[in-house]
Write a protein that binds this ligand. Sequence first.
Ligand code: GLP
Length: 238
Amino acid sequence: MSEVVIAADAEEAGALAAGIIGRLVQDDPAAVLGVATGSTPLPLYRALATLGLDFRGVTAFALDEYVGLPPGHAESYRQVIEREVVGPLGLDPTRVHVPNGDPEELAHAGSDYEAAIALAGGVDVQILGIGTDGHIGFNEPGSSLASPTRVKTLTPETRADNARFFDSIDDVPMHCVTQGIGTILRARHLILLAFGEAKASALAAAVEGPVTASVPASAIQLHPRVTVIVDEAAAAQL
Ligand code: GLP
């Protein structure tokens, strides 16, 4: 673990994380970013958009995608990333990669994605949120700490957490394609963000508990360069 920063609130945390990523992109306009969905990174994307940087040469890889949502579905992570990241930052859409959640393509979706990341030279900075059950990406408890990008089944807890984005919980897909924990650990710098008391117990387990597949986010302790930026509520159990 490299450092844990407790910010006053999500806005301040987002600004701190945006500062790190902004400096990277300024130094390397062809940087490779690992982008995350969920509500957690939104203050970071908002802060990043105010920096006035040129993101046209930046390549981005999303962490995960649902399986089986129709193309263009507003809650597919492809659409979320376009709405929250690609548009506001002015990324070149042809440089933005999201795992392929087409049910017909699942046999090679994981290996194709690993190959694309390798071809891009790996991820410079990976942005991470954390699930209330300690997942990162969609690596649910029990995921191998060495796992590559692959198809996973979502837990009932994660489907319930994400039901707020859908008309009903029945509409939340059962499966996803997610970067593995091994994939995430190959990024050169990890920035994990967590806000609110609902994340406090998962965060404490990830940062201070044993490294275990029962808490996938605890794998960040194996990485030499991690910046954890949280608000006071998420830090309450540290
Ligand atoms: C989803 C995503 C994760 C994200 C998590 C937390 O499950 N696959 O990448 O970290 O939700 O979401 P939120 O940031 O909305 O709390």
